[in-house]
Design a protein around this ligand. Structure first.
Ligand code: IPM
Ligand code: MG
Length: 356
């Protein structure tokens, strides 16, 4: 298996190192070989090559079985030309690899439920999957940066646009995922205001009626969905969203799980998949060895399952994470009196050993 590694910026470097140790352990135990090709993306690539997504990075990703990404961005690049911001590297590699489907599972485990900002009994046992459209919508529509209009008033705009095929293919992913879970899809939109949302709702409803009559479907306006997530996260199973609503709701969902350092993601399309934690580059704690690598390690589990066809190894990595938590090891974000505080690298090693 060929894996392209894209550590990126900030804590990306440390968490990818820890996750690679776990992937190596899984490969050894389950008898397959992995070869790595480390490439630049984001701010690190801007510094070295003047662009957040060098051609050779995209070429390596296209030629690999899967991509593991850390995080991109940081205050150092806050004032660069918007066309080459670090985040553009991430958006462009998603687009370049055709990764239109982003899966963000959120489960609240018994080890971290008490860290949720919600009452423990409200959070514990929540288990949902956000299916986020990833290569369309307002993140990819024309961005008209701030400029003076004909009346001399400063203005800026961004376009939210979807085509029917784009909505159909992501909705299909959500319906299929629901069939393998508890059979319920909640589709998120703002159909009371937006034309793109009214088309989204119409298409999703048609597909349920014609192709997925066995799946239960409900529609939430995004503002209500944000509220329902904190009122009763256990009501959700599969949550289907466009690009921007999924970005926002997945940060909200992650914090319900106790720490944003726990949530993995998979971005899938027609070719190689890309796997990354849902959190960012956390420049404030970068380089200190205190970042939580578990979201990246759990992203490796998703990679094993969806791209490398190693289901047993994927289960083993997830079990290993539970074992290490059960044994009381925590990075500082999850630590409390009575538990064992470990660094990013130590956490990686502990999980790798548990896999072996
Ligand atoms: C995410 C991030 C990215 C996004 C940024 C860094 C471009 O917030 O993966 O959720 O908005 O998709
Ligand atoms: Mg985000």
């Amino acid at each position: 298996m060929k894996i392209t590694l894209l550590p990126g910026d900030g804590i990306g470097v440390e968490i990818v190192d820890a996750a690679v140790e776990v992937l190596d352990a899984a490969a050894k135990k389950y008898n397959f070989t992995v070869e790595y090709d480390k490439k630049l993306i984001g701010g690190a690539a801007i510094d070295a090559c003047g662009t957040p997504l060098p051609e050779e990075t995209l070429a390596s990703a296209k030629a690999s079985d899967a991509v593991l990404l850390g995080a991109v961005g940081g205050p150092k690049w806050d004032n660069v030309d918007p066309a080459i911001r670090p985040e553009k590297g991430l958006l462009n590699i998603r687009k370049g690899l055709g990764l239109y489907c982003n899966l963000r599972p959120m489960t609240v485990s018994k080890f971290t439920a008490h860290l949720s900002p919600l009452k423990t009994e409200r959070a514990e046992g929540a288990d949902l999957l956000i299916v986020r459209e990833l290569t369309g919508g307002i993140y990819f529509g024309t961005h008209n940066e701030a400029h003076l209009n004909a009346d001399g008033v400063e203005e800026a705009s961004d376009i939210e646009m979807y085509t029917r095929p784009e909505v159909e293919r992501i909705a299909r992913f959500a319906f299929e995922a629901a069939r393998k879970r508890s059979g319920k899809v909640t589709s998120v939109d703002k159909a009371n205001v937006l034309g793109s949302s009214r088309m989204w709702r119409k298409i999703v409803t048609e597909m349920r009626d014609k192709e997925y009559p066995d799946v239960e479907l409900n529609h939430f306006y995004v503002d209500n969905c944000a509220m329902q997530l904190v009122l009763n996260p256990k009501q959700f199973d599969v949550v289907l969203t466009n690009n921007i609503f999924g970005d926002i709701l997945s940060d909200e969902a992650s914090t319900i799980a106790g720490s944003i350092g726990l949530l993995p993601s998979a971005s899938l399309g027609d070719g190689a998949g890309m796997y990354e934690p849902i959190h960012g580059s956390a420049p404030d704690i970068a380089g200190q060895g205190i970042a939580n690598p578990l979201a990246t390690i759990l992203s490796v589990a998703m990679m094993l399952r969806y791209s490398l066809n190693q289901d047993a190894a994927a289960d083993a990595v997830e079990r290993a994470v539970d074992e290490v938590l059960e044994a009381g090891y925590r990075t500082p974000d999850l630590w409390a009196e009575g538990l064992k505080k470990v660094s990013t690298a130590e956490m990686g090693r502990l999980v790798a050993e548990a896999v072996k």
